[in-house]
Design a protein around this ligand. Sequence first.
Ligand SMILES: Cc1cc2nc3c(=O)[nH]c(=O)nc-3n(C[C@H](O)[C@H](O)[C@H](O)COP(=O)(O)OP(=O)(O)OC[C@H]3O[C@@H](n4cnc5c(N)ncnc54)[C@H](O)[C@@H]3O)c2cc1C
Length: 462
Amino acid sequence: MLTNAKKIIKELERKLNPSNVLSTKEECYAYAQDASNSKEIKNIPDAVVFVKSKEDVVTVVECAKKYKIPIICRGAGTNTVGACRVEHGGIILNFSKMDKIIEVNKENMTATVQPGVILGDLQSEVEKIGLFYPPDPSNLKVSTIGGSIAQASGGAKTFKYGSTKNYILNLEVVTADGRVMKTGADTVKNATGYNLTSLFVGSEGTLGIITEATLKLIPKPEACKVIMAYFNTIEDAVSAVNSIIEQQIFPATIDFMDSNAIKTVEQFYPAGLLCDKEAALIIEIDGFTKSIEYQQNVIENILNMNNAAQIQISHNSDEYERIWTARRSSMGACAKLKPNVTTDDVIVPRGNLAKLVRGIQNICKKYNLSTCLVGHVGDGSVHPQIPIDYNDEDEYNRFKLAKSEIYDLTVQLGGVISGEHGIGADKRPFIDRVVNNVALDYMREMKKVFDPENILNPYKIF
Ligand SMILES: Cc1cc2nc3c(=O)[nH]c(=O)nc-3n(C[C@H](O)[C@H](O)[C@H](O)COP(=O)(O)OP(=O)(O)OC[C@H]3O[C@@H](n4cnc5c(N)ncnc54)[C@H](O)[C@@H]3O)c2cc1C
């Protein structure tokens, strides 16, 4: 426990009501881990504080400043890089009670929300009036807007619609000195001064605390359909992706599963996937109802020209959900193979995708690790999911070597070590392999400007 922890807990209980402050060891332990599922948990939080308003957040920041205690924001804790872990003690700021959709504005096509809003809830709400919020980090039934902004999340639909970065117009942020800042404006364009909004997107809670966000919405596509195509080689699958793009057909999604991912999902969540194939593409097309058949025909032709072994098409919402549930279940299925599972998100320019996929498979083979590869291949993004037993020291050491080699390969192929999951605590030792020293110096200086006392999610990113 940090030196001043008892004092801050008492003060917060008095100011925010004891029911909003958890501080027993058992309660705090429940917040020591996030979906990174890391072997190395250095510390447990000193307290977990539930906030209901920006005023509550200001109160917590003022106390944290006074007692020099770190604040670690937490949405649903589904990030996979240890971004919510408490490295050296501190307070977890829990946003689950700050979950109001404040306004959906049809005319302006915007939504203003509190950070604890669940992404799927926002999507359902705006869809009621024919609007659409595309970012979907593959777990939209649990993850929050605040977490997805702080993590610059992407997801399956980034290929056509862009990632969270492209949908944030304005943020209300509580700064490390307890002031409240608006980073932008609720307008579609804004060329008024520095782009602070963009700076906060992907800042992983290290620069300020988001208490409200105004998001851009777009019209909901009238219809959609999913095409699942199987291939006997990875190269054919990747070549099909490139051909689709060359033909300037722009599906909403081009996702990928390798043979291990297909077999593992089918073993635990049977969905009728074809387990004798080397790779599958999951292609979602959307747009005006009249355009769907045309897009489907063009894509089917391209897939056949690239040796697709079999093509399945969703004819109704049940079939559509079955295919997407299978793809979304890959990490859960992989987790059943061993006591633990890790995931990653490397990304390369699309032209090097086949080399990345083959390279990761070879590295895992070399270190005798199994891997399920899935990814948003339309973007060049691959998620190697590695089942592992942390109690097996030898396996864990082999995993660490493999991870480091995967990052080296990614960098050699012109890529970066995170396309959408962020850096957190887990990838921090690797960031200098990709980000140039001068850029890192500027990032460190910016952190000092925004958070001179280093109380906001310290020891993350760099
Ligand atoms: C099975 C699975 C699949 C996934 N697939 C994808 C995918 O396809 N694409 C993708 O991009 N990501 C994916 N992710 C990871 C993704 O980053 C997170 O799931 C999600 O976006 C984080 O939301 P959260 O609410 O859980 O945030 P948390 O994990 O709680 O927090 C994430 C970060 O945001 C900070 N934070 C939270 N709230 C605030 C706030 N109000 N102000 C400031 N900082 C804040 C936290 O301190 C932390 O640094 C996946 C994760 C899982 C488990």
